[in-house]
Design a protein around this ligand. Structure first.
Ligand SMILES: [Zn+2]
Length: 297
């Protein structure tokens, strides 16, 4: 049922944007929120591939990419603070994240299967409990400017909000997370918003009764973090890899999981990382062999 609602929202939006495409026939440009905004892309260089996703000339993130977490709001006593570093800390090197190495820049340099967890900081509601998109950026700026986190263009900064925090541009109704980039303190900074889906399990959580790490909110966030990280590294400035609908690689496989196994607590999982940890993570689009959703490459 939860997925019906989610898919319904997505499909309504997609049909709306499809209509615009059919009439005016531009490509859609991703806005990092899993759907495209129509833009005048007359000057955009397009390079078609036969894998269902196209390269548009922008950079990809090369080499080891660092993930930083900003715990926004009240996370005290929540096991997410150990679960989510464990996930990103072991995702690099997996056959799952290896899918992202099928994405490359104009010089043929590919994304690496290498992720570093760079640590975290906390933000005690500096922007209140209702964040705008600008408020999310302000949280990232604050963490960098006050030295809580290093300033790096080779990193993705995740603003992780607690259950009581809303993102007012559409969290729980239009998206479960998003990513973008901005110039912060003279550097191009990539960052993402991922809210706690315990706020809206029906829209943003694949399983809410039990989960592989006994925290449905955190397990739900792991899947969304994986999605946004894949898009951030293959399309960091929203001008590299996306399809004619404005969908980035992970968007093309959103809320699909492939073959699932059942854990002893009854929850489902489809990914086991090198430390034996188990996760239910949405699939990603392989940019090879015609293109397809997969859990490994
Ligand atoms: Zn997406």
């Amino acid at each position: 049922m939860k997925k019906v609602i989610t898919l319904l929202v997505v499909c309504l939006f997609a049909s709306l944007t499809f209509a615009q495409v059919a009439k005016q026939s531009p490509d859609l440009k991703p806005d990092g929120k899993g759907h495209g905004n129509k833009v005048d892309n007359g000057a955009t260089r397009k390079l078609r591939t036969s894998n269902g996703i196209s390269y548009h000339g922008g950079p990809v993130m090369l080499g080891t990419v660092t993930a930083y977490y900003i715990w926004y709001g009240n996370w005290s006593g929540n096991t997410a603070e150990s679960i989510l570093p464990d996930f990103i800390g072991h995702e690099g090197g997996s056959s799952y994240y290896n899918i992202n190495t099928t994405y490359f820049n104009g010089s043929g340099q590919h994304v690496s299967n290498s992720i570093a967890y760079g640590g975290s900081t906390s933000d005690n509601y500096s922007q209140g409990t209702a964040l705008s998109d600008a408020g999310v950026q302000a949280v990232v700026s604050k963490a960098i400017n006050n030295g809580s986190l290093p300033s790096s263009s080779s990193a993705v900064y995740f603003v992780l909000t607690s259950k009581d925090v809303n993102e007012t541009s559409g969290f729980c109704t239009q998206y479960c997370g998003w990513h973008t980039d901005a110039s912060i303190n003279g550097k191009n900074i990539k960052y993402a918003f991922v809210g706690n889906p315990d706020r809206c399990p029906s829209a943003c959580e694949e399983q809410s009764a039990s989960s592989p790490n006994n925290n449905p909110g955190a397990d739900g966030m792991a899947s969304i973090i994986a999605h946004e990280f894949e898009e951030s590294t293959s399309d960091p400035d929203l001008n590299a890899w996306y399809d004619s609908r404005g969908e980035e690689n992970a968007d093309k496989c959103a809320w699909t999981f492939g073959t699932e196994s059942t854990a002893s607590n009854g929850s489902k999982y489809n990914l086991t990382l090198s430390n034996g940890s188990r996760w239910l993570i949405q699939r990603n689009w392989v940019n090879a062999s015609g293109g397809y959703c997969s859990m490994s490459h």
